[in-house]
Design a protein around this ligand. Structure first.
Ligand code: ZN
Ligand code: ZN
Length: 407
């Protein structure tokens, strides 16, 4: 019953607001701002929320903001949008093309931002009518592409007291009106690794008097990926792949240093956490066998986004409630990264893929200067996010609240 009423309320709200939202998105699209430089974007969001009677709180750096709707003793559900653009040239020929050289909303974060703004306005109306059974925390997060904005939000207490968090991302391979969902990991981890080796060099006539560094480096390059594949669960798809290697300068001289660089990709969160220590111990054992010194610089990217099953069920129920039966489609785990993962390491939640392709239209790709969306995705996104927040508030029973309060 609540679902049917909700759909009618969303219809009425969007009939009034959809044009404004499309204009808002186009304005953001024309004025893209890169990670941690989203000052104008933050101001525009803050102004609109304030005009709706809400009280946004801008993060200390001046980019990104958090805003609560509703209050009371009920549960708290967070909705998150990322607001930053990419350092790419806009290659589209549209009236709302980027006006900033070398910057473009090529990942659809202008759409995510607009959807969350629309959702905020709707929820503010619900709260004013006494229809919000708890609190919704709106997180307009800066710097997803860096990544790191999620950690900034968390450092400011952005998810403390939050029971569950939801987010979505444009998916240009899914038709508008559909939502791609998946329990468990939905994105991947990607880290960078740099290995430096050193040892006494010398003439290639006398390798036994040196550490034969090029040979030892070659052993490291082949042994590490091979040993890794035997030391971790193959289902985690932990893979170390080298992209650069350099050592030596002459055919008959053994060098005294060398370097190799690569990436570590992983579909599984536990394997991702264990990867640096494991790779380091393998490196030490191979280097030790050949008498060379080896050091490792391991740069963490983001963990995989791991969707909580209960939250996915809530999202699925909400999407069907808001968009109709058949709106939910399965989606695959992508090899891309997404810093929403950091939130899900602390609290349960789910991340959805929002269809943005026009039926029978072109299939774009994200992170391309040609990327664009079917703007009907904005109202679809508002429907899904608003219904998800309400569904989660209706269903996050007192038991969940008690459990999280005790944890
Ligand atoms: Zn991106
Ligand atoms: Zn993105």
């Amino acid at each position: 019953m609540r679902g049917r009423e909700l759909r009618g309320e969303l219809d009425a709200f969007l009939a009034e607001t959809e044009q404004e939202l499309v204009a808002f998105r186009r304005d953001l699209h024309m004025h893209p701002e890169l990670a941690f430089a989203e000052y104008r974007t933050t101001q525009r969001i803050a102004e609109r929320l304030t005009a709706a009677g809400l009280t946004p709180s801008v993060l200390p750096r001046g980019t990104g903001l958090i805003c609560d709707v509703g209050s009371g003793d009920g549960p708290t559900v967070a909705l998150r949008a990322d607001i930053d653009a990419l350092p790419l040239q806009d290659e589209k020929d549209v009236s709302y093309r980027s006006t900033v050289a070398g910057a473009c909303h090529a990942c659809g974060h202008d759409v995510h931002t607009t959807i969350l703004l629309g959702t905020s306005l709707f929820l503010a109306q619900q709260a004013a009518a006494g229809l919000l059974p708890g609190r919704v925390r709106l997180i307009f997060q800066p710097a997803e592409e860096l990544p790191g904005g999620a950690l900034e939000v968390m450092a400011q207490g952005g998810i403390s007291g939050v029971d569950r968090i939801f987010g979505l991302h444009c998916d240009p391979r899914v038709d508008v009106g559909q939502v791609g969902l998946r329990s468990g990991p939905i994105t991947s981890a990607c880290d960078k690794i740099v290995i430096r080796v050193s040892g006494p060099g010398g003439h290639t006539a006398r390798p036994h008097l040196t550490a034969d560094l090029v040979f030892a480096l070659a052993k490291i390059l082949t042994e590490l990926p091979a040993a890794l594949s035997r030391r971790v669960d193959p289902r985690s798809s932990l893979s170390l792949v080298w992209g650069r290697v350099e050592a030596g300068s002459a055919a008959n001289a053994i060098p005294d240093d060398g370097v190799a660089e690569g990436t570590v990709r992983c579909l599984d969160e536990n394997a991702w956490h264990a990867a640096p220590d494991l790779i380091k111990s393998l490196l030490e054992s191979v280097a030790g066998a050949y008498g060379i010194e080896a050091t490792m610089d391991y740069t963490r990217g983001v963990p995989p986004v791991v969707n909580d099953e209960v939250s996915v069920e809530m999202l699925a129920e909400a999407a069907e409630r808001a968009l109709g039966a058949g709106a939910v489609v399965p989606t695959q785990q992508s090899l891309g990264g997404e810093d929403f993962a950091w939130y899900l390491e602390s609290i349960p939640g789910a991340f959805a893929r929002l269809g943005t392709r026009s039926p029978d239209g072109l299939t774009y790709d994200i992170h391309q200067g040609t990327f664009d969306v079917d703007e009907q995705a904005i109202s679809m996104g508002v429907r899904v996010m608003a219904a998800t927040a309400l569904t989660a508030l209706w269903e996050v029973g007192p038991l969940d609240s008690i459990t999280s309060a005790m944890a």
